[in-house]
Design a protein around this ligand. Structure first.
Ligand code: AMP
Length: 287
Protein backbone atom coordinates (compact mmCIF):
# COMPACT_ATOMS: atom_id res chain seq x y z
CA UNK A 1 0.00 0.00 0.00
CA UNK A 2 1.48 3.28 -1.17
CA UNK A 3 0.53 6.50 0.60
CA UNK A 4 1.14 9.60 -1.52
CA UNK A 5 0.53 13.20 -0.61
CA UNK A 6 1.58 14.97 -3.80
CA UNK A 7 0.10 15.06 -7.27
CA UNK A 8 3.54 14.57 -8.76
CA UNK A 9 4.40 11.40 -6.84
CA UNK A 10 0.96 9.94 -7.55
CA UNK A 11 1.32 10.65 -11.27
CA UNK A 12 4.82 9.17 -11.29
CA UNK A 13 3.43 6.00 -9.80
CA UNK A 14 0.45 5.85 -12.20
CA UNK A 15 2.73 6.37 -15.19
CA UNK A 16 4.18 2.92 -14.59
CA UNK A 17 0.73 1.42 -14.55
CA UNK A 18 -0.38 2.21 -18.09
CA UNK A 19 -1.66 -1.27 -18.99
CA UNK A 20 -4.01 -1.83 -16.07
CA UNK A 21 -7.35 -0.22 -15.28
CA UNK A 22 -7.71 2.20 -12.37
CA UNK A 23 -10.69 2.54 -10.01
CA UNK A 24 -11.00 5.57 -7.73
CA UNK A 25 -12.88 5.84 -4.44
CA UNK A 26 -12.99 9.48 -3.32
CA UNK A 27 -13.48 9.96 0.44
CA UNK A 28 -12.97 12.41 3.25
CA UNK A 29 -11.49 9.69 5.47
CA UNK A 30 -12.81 8.47 8.83
CA UNK A 31 -13.41 5.30 6.87
CA UNK A 32 -16.28 3.00 7.85
CA UNK A 33 -18.04 -0.06 6.40
CA UNK A 34 -19.80 2.11 3.80
CA UNK A 35 -16.46 3.21 2.39
CA UNK A 36 -15.16 -0.37 2.57
CA UNK A 37 -18.13 -1.52 0.50
CA UNK A 38 -17.19 1.01 -2.20
CA UNK A 39 -13.56 -0.13 -2.03
CA UNK A 40 -14.56 -3.79 -2.37
CA UNK A 41 -16.62 -3.05 -5.47
CA UNK A 42 -13.70 -1.16 -6.99
CA UNK A 43 -11.32 -3.97 -6.02
CA UNK A 44 -13.44 -6.50 -7.95
CA UNK A 45 -13.71 -4.39 -11.10
CA UNK A 46 -10.32 -2.69 -11.51
CA UNK A 47 -6.66 -3.70 -11.48
CA UNK A 48 -5.51 -0.79 -9.35
CA UNK A 49 -7.57 0.82 -6.59
CA UNK A 50 -6.85 4.37 -5.50
CA UNK A 51 -8.58 5.81 -2.42
CA UNK A 52 -8.37 9.57 -2.01
CA UNK A 53 -8.63 10.97 1.49
CA UNK A 54 -9.16 14.70 1.58
CA UNK A 55 -11.38 16.85 3.78
CA UNK A 56 -12.26 19.38 1.12
CA UNK A 57 -12.61 22.88 2.60
CA UNK A 58 -14.46 24.09 -0.51
CA UNK A 59 -17.48 21.95 0.28
CA UNK A 60 -17.93 23.16 3.86
CA UNK A 61 -19.89 26.32 4.57
CA UNK A 62 -19.12 28.89 7.26
CA UNK A 63 -20.19 27.46 10.61
CA UNK A 64 -20.14 23.87 9.35
CA UNK A 65 -17.96 21.13 10.83
CA UNK A 66 -14.78 21.51 8.72
CA UNK A 67 -12.51 21.95 11.74
CA UNK A 68 -14.00 19.20 13.86
CA UNK A 69 -14.54 16.72 11.02
CA UNK A 70 -12.90 13.41 12.14
CA UNK A 71 -9.41 12.90 10.72
CA UNK A 72 -7.32 9.80 11.36
CA UNK A 73 -4.97 8.88 8.55
CA UNK A 74 -3.27 6.08 10.46
CA UNK A 75 -6.43 4.09 11.13
CA UNK A 76 -7.66 4.86 7.60
CA UNK A 77 -4.39 3.47 6.31
CA UNK A 78 -4.97 0.23 8.20
CA UNK A 79 -8.52 -0.05 6.85
CA UNK A 80 -7.23 0.45 3.31
CA UNK A 81 -4.43 -2.05 3.81
CA UNK A 82 -6.92 -4.65 5.02
CA UNK A 83 -9.25 -3.96 2.07
CA UNK A 84 -6.50 -4.43 -0.50
CA UNK A 85 -6.23 -0.82 -1.63
CA UNK A 86 -3.15 -0.11 -3.76
CA UNK A 87 -2.71 3.63 -3.30
CA UNK A 88 -3.94 6.25 -0.87
CA UNK A 89 -3.84 9.79 -2.17
CA UNK A 90 -3.95 12.09 0.85
CA UNK A 91 -2.92 15.58 -0.23
CA UNK A 92 -3.05 18.57 2.06
CA UNK A 93 -5.08 21.60 1.20
CA UNK A 94 -2.27 23.62 -0.37
CA UNK A 95 -1.29 20.70 -2.60
CA UNK A 96 -4.69 20.83 -4.28
CA UNK A 97 -5.57 24.52 -4.09
CA UNK A 98 -2.36 26.43 -3.45
CA UNK A 99 -2.35 29.00 -0.68
CA UNK A 100 -5.40 31.05 -1.69
CA UNK A 101 -8.35 28.66 -1.44
CA UNK A 102 -10.74 31.59 -1.92
CA UNK A 103 -9.20 32.37 -5.28
CA UNK A 104 -9.28 28.89 -6.75
CA UNK A 105 -11.13 28.15 -9.96
CA UNK A 106 -14.53 26.50 -9.38
CA UNK A 107 -16.59 24.04 -11.32
CA UNK A 108 -20.18 25.22 -11.09
CA UNK A 109 -22.97 22.70 -11.71
CA UNK A 110 -26.43 23.92 -12.80
CA UNK A 111 -28.40 25.72 -10.10
CA UNK A 112 -31.38 23.48 -10.79
CA UNK A 113 -29.32 20.75 -9.12
CA UNK A 114 -27.30 22.68 -6.53
CA UNK A 115 -30.01 24.94 -5.12
CA UNK A 116 -32.44 22.15 -4.24
CA UNK A 117 -32.56 19.66 -1.34
CA UNK A 118 -29.30 20.01 0.66
CA UNK A 119 -28.20 22.89 -1.56
CA UNK A 120 -30.81 25.19 -0.05
CA UNK A 121 -29.04 25.19 3.30
CA UNK A 122 -25.53 24.31 2.08
CA UNK A 123 -24.79 27.14 -0.33
CA UNK A 124 -21.65 26.41 -2.33
CA UNK A 125 -21.40 22.81 -1.12
CA UNK A 126 -21.97 21.09 -4.45
CA UNK A 127 -19.75 23.55 -6.29
CA UNK A 128 -17.04 22.52 -3.84
CA UNK A 129 -17.78 18.85 -4.47
CA UNK A 130 -17.82 19.27 -8.27
CA UNK A 131 -14.52 21.18 -8.11
CA UNK A 132 -12.65 18.58 -6.07
CA UNK A 133 -14.08 15.65 -8.04
CA UNK A 134 -13.01 17.34 -11.28
CA UNK A 135 -9.50 17.72 -9.92
CA UNK A 136 -9.34 14.10 -8.75
CA UNK A 137 -10.63 12.80 -12.09
CA UNK A 138 -8.05 14.87 -13.94
CA UNK A 139 -5.18 13.93 -11.65
CA UNK A 140 -5.91 10.19 -11.54
CA UNK A 141 -7.82 9.67 -14.81
CA UNK A 142 -9.48 6.52 -13.51
CA UNK A 143 -11.61 4.26 -15.69
CA UNK A 144 -14.18 4.07 -12.89
CA UNK A 145 -15.08 6.13 -9.82
CA UNK A 146 -17.31 4.98 -6.96
CA UNK A 147 -19.88 7.04 -5.07
CA UNK A 148 -22.43 6.10 -2.43
CA UNK A 149 -26.16 6.35 -3.09
CA UNK A 150 -26.46 7.69 0.44
CA UNK A 151 -25.43 11.02 -1.03
CA UNK A 152 -28.01 10.82 -3.80
CA UNK A 153 -27.88 14.48 -4.79
CA UNK A 154 -24.11 14.21 -5.07
CA UNK A 155 -24.41 11.18 -7.36
CA UNK A 156 -26.85 12.99 -9.64
CA UNK A 157 -24.61 16.08 -9.82
CA UNK A 158 -21.47 14.05 -10.51
CA UNK A 159 -23.18 12.08 -13.27
CA UNK A 160 -24.18 15.41 -14.80
CA UNK A 161 -20.63 16.77 -14.35
CA UNK A 162 -19.12 13.79 -16.14
CA UNK A 163 -21.62 14.04 -18.96
CA UNK A 164 -21.42 17.80 -19.43
CA UNK A 165 -17.63 18.02 -19.18
CA UNK A 166 -17.00 14.81 -21.17
CA UNK A 167 -14.97 12.96 -18.58
CA UNK A 168 -14.12 9.44 -19.66
CA UNK A 169 -14.59 7.96 -16.20
CA UNK A 170 -17.51 5.64 -15.57
CA UNK A 171 -19.45 6.62 -12.44
CA UNK A 172 -20.62 3.72 -10.33
CA UNK A 173 -23.21 4.33 -7.60
CA UNK A 174 -23.18 1.88 -4.69
CA UNK A 175 -26.12 1.09 -2.38
CA UNK A 176 -26.14 2.53 1.12
CA UNK A 177 -24.60 0.45 3.89
CA UNK A 178 -26.65 0.57 7.10
CA UNK A 179 -26.55 -0.55 10.71
CA UNK A 180 -29.06 -3.23 11.72
CA UNK A 181 -31.28 -0.37 12.94
CA UNK A 182 -31.37 1.01 9.40
CA UNK A 183 -29.23 4.05 10.22
CA UNK A 184 -27.03 4.83 7.21
CA UNK A 185 -23.35 4.66 8.11
CA UNK A 186 -21.73 8.08 8.07
CA UNK A 187 -18.54 9.58 9.44
CA UNK A 188 -20.80 12.16 11.12
CA UNK A 189 -22.52 9.42 13.17
CA UNK A 190 -19.49 9.78 15.47
CA UNK A 191 -21.06 13.03 16.68
CA UNK A 192 -24.18 11.20 17.93
CA UNK A 193 -24.64 10.30 21.61
CA UNK A 194 -25.68 6.66 22.24
CA UNK A 195 -29.18 7.80 23.19
CA UNK A 196 -29.55 9.63 19.85
CA UNK A 197 -29.00 6.52 17.74
CA UNK A 198 -32.65 5.41 17.83
CA UNK A 199 -33.83 8.87 16.91
CA UNK A 200 -31.36 8.91 14.02
CA UNK A 201 -32.58 5.49 12.85
CA UNK A 202 -36.10 6.91 12.47
CA UNK A 203 -34.97 8.73 9.32
CA UNK A 204 -34.69 5.46 7.43
CA UNK A 205 -37.61 3.83 9.25
CA UNK A 206 -39.86 6.67 8.11
CA UNK A 207 -38.63 6.38 4.50
CA UNK A 208 -39.49 2.70 4.68
CA UNK A 209 -43.07 3.50 5.65
CA UNK A 210 -43.44 5.41 2.40
CA UNK A 211 -41.77 2.59 0.52
CA UNK A 212 -44.33 0.16 1.89
CA UNK A 213 -47.21 2.30 0.59
CA UNK A 214 -45.42 2.75 -2.73
CA UNK A 215 -45.00 -0.99 -3.12
CA UNK A 216 -48.64 -1.51 -2.35
CA UNK A 217 -49.35 0.70 -5.35
CA UNK A 218 -49.76 4.20 -3.93
CA UNK A 219 -47.89 6.66 -6.19
CA UNK A 220 -49.30 9.91 -4.76
CA UNK A 221 -46.53 12.26 -3.62
CA UNK A 222 -48.59 13.87 -0.90
CA UNK A 223 -49.48 10.55 0.67
CA UNK A 224 -45.90 9.27 0.61
CA UNK A 225 -44.47 12.48 2.07
CA UNK A 226 -47.13 12.50 4.79
CA UNK A 227 -46.25 8.90 5.68
CA UNK A 228 -42.61 9.86 6.20
CA UNK A 229 -43.48 12.90 8.32
CA UNK A 230 -45.88 10.99 10.54
CA UNK A 231 -43.40 8.22 11.30
CA UNK A 232 -40.35 10.39 11.89
CA UNK A 233 -39.28 10.71 15.52
CA UNK A 234 -40.45 14.11 16.87
CA UNK A 235 -36.89 14.55 18.16
CA UNK A 236 -35.62 14.97 14.59
CA UNK A 237 -35.59 18.61 13.48
CA UNK A 238 -36.73 18.00 9.92
CA UNK A 239 -35.05 20.12 7.23
CA UNK A 240 -36.81 18.61 4.24
CA UNK A 241 -38.46 15.49 2.92
CA UNK A 242 -38.98 15.55 -0.83
CA UNK A 243 -39.65 13.44 -3.87
CA UNK A 244 -37.44 14.37 -6.82
CA UNK A 245 -36.53 12.87 -10.17
CA UNK A 246 -33.41 10.81 -9.36
CA UNK A 247 -31.51 12.19 -12.37
CA UNK A 248 -32.59 15.81 -12.78
CA UNK A 249 -33.52 16.39 -9.10
CA UNK A 250 -36.68 18.17 -10.31
CA UNK A 251 -39.56 17.97 -7.88
CA UNK A 252 -42.14 15.28 -8.52
CA UNK A 253 -45.56 16.91 -8.78
CA UNK A 254 -48.67 14.86 -8.06
CA UNK A 255 -47.60 11.31 -8.77
CA UNK A 256 -44.45 9.25 -9.21
CA UNK A 257 -43.95 8.21 -12.82
CA UNK A 258 -40.17 7.78 -13.21
CA UNK A 259 -37.20 6.73 -11.12
CA UNK A 260 -37.65 8.91 -8.07
CA UNK A 261 -35.54 9.72 -5.03
CA UNK A 262 -37.30 10.13 -1.71
CA UNK A 263 -34.79 12.23 0.19
CA UNK A 264 -34.72 13.42 3.78
CA UNK A 265 -32.47 15.67 5.85
CA UNK A 266 -32.74 16.64 9.48
CA UNK A 267 -30.88 17.35 12.64
CA UNK A 268 -30.53 15.09 15.64
CA UNK A 269 -29.15 17.43 18.26
CA UNK A 270 -26.43 19.33 16.41
CA UNK A 271 -25.76 16.54 13.94
CA UNK A 272 -27.13 16.96 10.45
CA UNK A 273 -28.09 13.66 8.85
CA UNK A 274 -29.34 12.75 5.39
CA UNK A 275 -30.78 9.64 3.82
CA UNK A 276 -32.77 8.61 0.76
CA UNK A 277 -34.35 5.68 -1.03
CA UNK A 278 -35.06 5.17 -4.71
CA UNK A 279 -38.61 4.45 -5.78
CA UNK A 280 -38.76 3.03 -9.27
CA UNK A 281 -42.27 2.39 -10.63
CA UNK A 282 -40.97 0.28 -13.50
CA UNK A 283 -39.19 -2.04 -11.10
CA UNK A 284 -41.85 -2.46 -8.47
CA UNK A 285 -42.61 -5.98 -7.43
CA UNK A 286 -46.10 -5.97 -5.90
CA UNK A 287 -46.15 -7.17 -2.27
P1 AMP B 1 -17.43 10.76 2.55
O1 AMP B 1 -16.11 10.30 3.09
O2 AMP B 1 -18.50 10.87 3.60
O3 AMP B 1 -17.32 11.96 1.65
O4 AMP B 1 -17.93 9.57 1.63
C1 AMP B 1 -17.12 9.08 0.59
C2 AMP B 1 -17.98 8.23 -0.30
O5 AMP B 1 -18.53 7.15 0.46
C3 AMP B 1 -19.17 9.01 -0.88
O6 AMP B 1 -19.37 8.62 -2.24
C4 AMP B 1 -20.31 8.57 -0.01
O7 AMP B 1 -21.56 8.63 -0.67
C5 AMP B 1 -19.92 7.14 0.28
N1 AMP B 1 -20.61 6.67 1.50
C6 AMP B 1 -20.66 7.31 2.69
N2 AMP B 1 -21.43 6.62 3.56
C7 AMP B 1 -21.89 5.53 2.88
C8 AMP B 1 -22.74 4.43 3.23
N3 AMP B 1 -23.29 4.31 4.44
N4 AMP B 1 -22.98 3.50 2.28
C9 AMP B 1 -22.43 3.60 1.05
N5 AMP B 1 -21.62 4.61 0.67
C10 AMP B 1 -21.35 5.57 1.57
Amino acid sequence: LLVTTTVESLRDFLKNFKQGSVGLVPTMGALHAGHIFLINQARQAYDLVVVSIFVNPLQFGAGEDYFKYPRNLESDRQVCEQAGVDVIFAPDCSELYGSATDETMRVVPPESMTRVLCGRSRIGHFTGVATVVTKLLNIIQPQGAYFGEKDGQQVAIIRRLVKDLNFRTEIIAVPTVRLASGLALSSRNQYLQPNQLDVAASLYASLQRAELLFRAGDLRSEVLIAAVKSHLSPSVALEYVELVNAESLMNVEAKITNKTMLAIAGRVGNTRLIDNIILNPSKTIPL
